[in-house]
Design a binder for this molecule. Structure first.
Ligand SMILES: [Mn+2]
Length: 318
């Protein structure tokens, strides 16, 4: 493992060829924006590049994809990951690419340094914030597609510029994108990312909210996205993006926990911190990780067991 700087990353990207760009499973606006902006940049440098994800890219991100994605297949000479803290997060791609990643560009404090070269800035709000800086350093000519990708990534990971991880740079970089590409509908991107929900999702959300649980003097909330609620309302897990924000809405809350039931007895846990609790440290106790105020892990057991384990860990952290 070699922690590299912008100069070395520039040398790497200008020298590489035939690139596969890996993004994490359950893709979000940051990894999709990072992946497709990097593809566009590498193509503008005359290289072949494609983005790989274990899950399909949800339809609402279609506006970030290149207009011509048709390209004859090619074998990889270079493998890069973006916004992937841990090879485990590659999903089905892990088996094929683990141990072979030559460059990782990431902003997670929990990064496992699994790649040969790592460009990590744990103070950056988004992988797209690092890439914005890097592309400027490289004197890349931005396009409207690159601007949309980077804006979406920075907006996504800052919860629409609301979270504490929002830096002066996040505002400056997105402002520069807005100035250079005034025709992009930035407000519409934010609406698409944060406000729009399917009618089924709204119904499922009402069911989950009405069953929200309060623990530890109402400082901890739990929202259960059970298979049953999803089935009753015909929503898919991919339609539950952003659910975690709801767990932090009660005024008393310090830690909000959202549990998505993957299969009976297997829960994908998303933990959010309202103020000072480090939820990344809590999730690491269960083999997960993430950011200080937004982290996740996978946990198995009955609903009672899972509740007990999580609440005990939160109680210690409070
Ligand atoms: Mn990210």
């Amino acid at each position: 493992m070699n922690r590299i700087n912008f100069e070395q990353a520039t040398d790497f990207l200008t020298g590489c060829e035939d690139v596969y760009i890996l993004i994490h499973r359950n893709p979000d606006g940051d990894c999709i924006g990072a992946g497709y902006s990097l593809q566009a940049v590498l193509r503008s440098l005359g290289k072949r590049a494609k983005v790989l994800c274990s899950d399909p890219i949800p339809e609402r991100f279609a506006f970030l994809l290149p207009e011509t994605n048709e390209e004859p297949d090619f074998p990889a000479k270079t493998i890069i990951s973006v916004d992937v803290a841990d090879e485990k997060l590659l999903g089905d791609l892990e088996e094929c690419y683990a141990g072979k990643i030559q460059l990782c560009i990431d902003h997670h404090v929990s990064n496992r340094f699994y790649a040969e070269n790592v460009l990590l800035d744990e103070h950056a709000a988004a992988a797209c914030e690092i890439l914005y800086k890097l592309y400027r350093y490289m004197n890349i000519c931005f396009t409207e597609q690159i601007a949309k990708c980077l804006f979406t990534g920075m907006s996504t990971d800052t919860g629409c510029f609301k979270f504490d991880n929002t830096t002066p740079e996040t505002h400056i970089y997105t402002a520069e994108l807005m100035r250079e590409f005034p025709n992009v509908r930035y407000g519409l991107i934010n609406r698409q990312m944060f406000d729009v929900k399917s009618p089924a999702r709204i119904k499922a959300e009402m069911a989950m909210l009405s069953q929200m649980e309060y623990y530890l003097d109402e400082e901890c909330t739990m929202i259960w996205a059970t298979l049953q609620i999803c089935k009753e309302n015909q929503v898919h897990e991919s339609d539950l993006e952003g659910l975690t924000a709801l767990s932090l809405q009660p005024e008393s809350v310090e830690v909000g926990i959202t549990l998505r039931e993957r299969e009976p007895g297997v829960y994908k846990v998303s933990m959010r911190s309202a103020k000072d609790v480090n939820v990344s440290a809590i999730c690491q106790q269960f083999g997960g990780g993430g950011h200080i105020k937004a982290a996740g892990c996978l946990i198995r057991g009955s609903r009672e067991e899972v509740t007990e384990k999580l609440i005990r860990a939160v109680e210690k952290a409070l």
